[in-house]
Design a protein around this ligand. Structure first.
Ligand code: BGC
Length: 395
């Protein structure tokens, strides 16, 4: 699907100054929107998302803020996650006990994908049973702790609850990143769980028995993905299909589940470039019809991160500049852009249902920050007028 007629040079009018100013606007937006309790609203003004914080979006946002030097913001989010989990410790222990006894609770009794900004369960119907976000929060927390040498003690209970929850439920079918296809086991979900468990083990903080169970699970997931989640030399959307999904890119970078230069790593990047990418804009998957199935800037950033990890920095830069080019007023990144719709007839029905698609989307801003940092276009310390953020350790 690569459109060779679009030379990278059409993006040359966008330079580092534009990128830097969008990074600053992005961090400002995220800091302004974060609640005192630590929640990052997914999209403050979009009808269907307003008032909610997702573990998935929030964890990637916290990772970007951490990489950008905003230690306190990232840790406040981890506190929010920790409160959500610890306040449900009874429920989680029940799920774990029942699952271990061979009586796994129904999907509706599992943890939801999103919570209100105050950390309560939502009142609206949602496609709630999703496991990936719980792996992603463990991964983001471990990355943060390694990046700054921070102790994980403060999040102890929540980490243990999450590990136990994932170890007993990782192989259950659930909704994917896009909150669809509940009857499948999704490869990106498995990768997020595996990366979360592996990184929290590597952070050296779990007790021996828990670390052992987490490591066994990581190994089981690897084998399952190798056997049923790879076709035609690329990772697949779910186990047993040949289809592809843009979310798989995250498993290459930043989540490090798959080596970028391994045959499957390279194959996955090429397949996404060829099948899902049109003029630098990446689709979620070929059958997407949500708001007509547009291109997602956050996925172009994930593609950029994967390309950068594979050593293709010029391609990664092209993707970064494309994302900057779709920002509204050079300050606002949407969830998706409508330049190249896969199913144009489905755009209006969604607008009729929920209004225009989400913008700004904080996760899009976060991925832009993350890619700009990976490409050294911006450094953690030159990111705001107010100068570097410090904490008690002088970080
Ligand atoms: C996306 C999810 C995302 C949510 C909030 C949904 O449309 O499919 O991946 O977590 O929006 O941004």
């Amino acid at each position: 699907m690569i459109d060779k007629s679009m030379p990278g040079s059409t993006l040359t009018f966008i330079g580092d100054a534009t990128v830097r100013s969008l990074v600053l606007a992005s961090t400002k937006l995220i800091l302004e929107q974060q609640t005192p309790g630590g929640a990052y609203p997914a999209s403050p003004s979009f009808s269907a998302y307003a008032g909610y914080c997702w573990f998935r979006d929030g964890s990637f946002i916290a990772d970007a803020m951490s990489a950008a030097g905003h230690v306190e913001s990232a840790e406040l989010f981890f506190d929010w996650c920790s409160n959500v989990l610890s306040s449900r410790s009874g429920k989680i222990r029940y799920i774990v006990a029942e699952s271990l006894a061979g009586r796994p609770p129904a999907d509706g009794q599992m943890l939801p994908a999103r919570f209100t900004l105050e950390g309560d369960d939502g009142n609206d119907e949602w496609w709630d049973f999703q496991l990936d976000g719980y792996g992603t929060w463990l991964w983001a927390l471990a990355e943060h702790s390694t990046r700054y040498g921070r102790s994980l003690e403060r999040w102890d209970e929540a980490v243990a609850l999450t590990v136990d929850y994932l170890v007993c439920s990782w192989d259950r079918p659930c909704y994917d990143w896009w909150e669809e296809a509940a009857h499948q086991v999704h490869v990106s979900t498995l990768g997020c769980i595996s990366s979360g468990l592996a990184s929290i083990v590597a952070a050296g903080h779990l007790d021996e028995e828990r670390a052992l169970r987490a490591t066994e699970t990581v190994e089981l997931i690897r084998r399952r993905v190798q056997n049923d989640g790879v076709r035609n030399r690329h990772l697949t959307k779910w186990l047993g299909t040949e289809a592809l999904d843009g979310s798989l890119l995250a498993l290459i970078a930043p989540m490090n589940f798959l080596e970028p230069v391994s045959p499957v790593g390279k194959g996955t990047i090429s397949a996404v470039e060829e099948q899902l990418t049109v003029r630098n804009g990446v689709h979620r998957y070929l059958a997407d019809s949500y708001y007509g199935g547009g291109q997602w800037p956050l996925l172009s950033c994930f593609l950029g991160l994967a390309q950068e990890a594979a050593g293709n920095r010029s391609r990664a830069r092209e993707l970064l500049l494309w994302v900057a080019s779709v920002a509204r007023d050079n300050t606002e990144l949407p969830e998706q852009v409508e330049g190249n719709l896969l199913d144009a007839e489905q755009l209006q029905p969604w607008i009729d249902r929920w209004g225009p698609s989400a913008s700004p989307l904080l996760w899009s801003h976060a991925m832009f920050i993350r890619l700009a940092i990976a490409l050294d276009t911006i450094h953690p310390m030159d990111r705001s007028e107010s100068g570097p953020q410090t904490n008690e350790k002088g970080l």
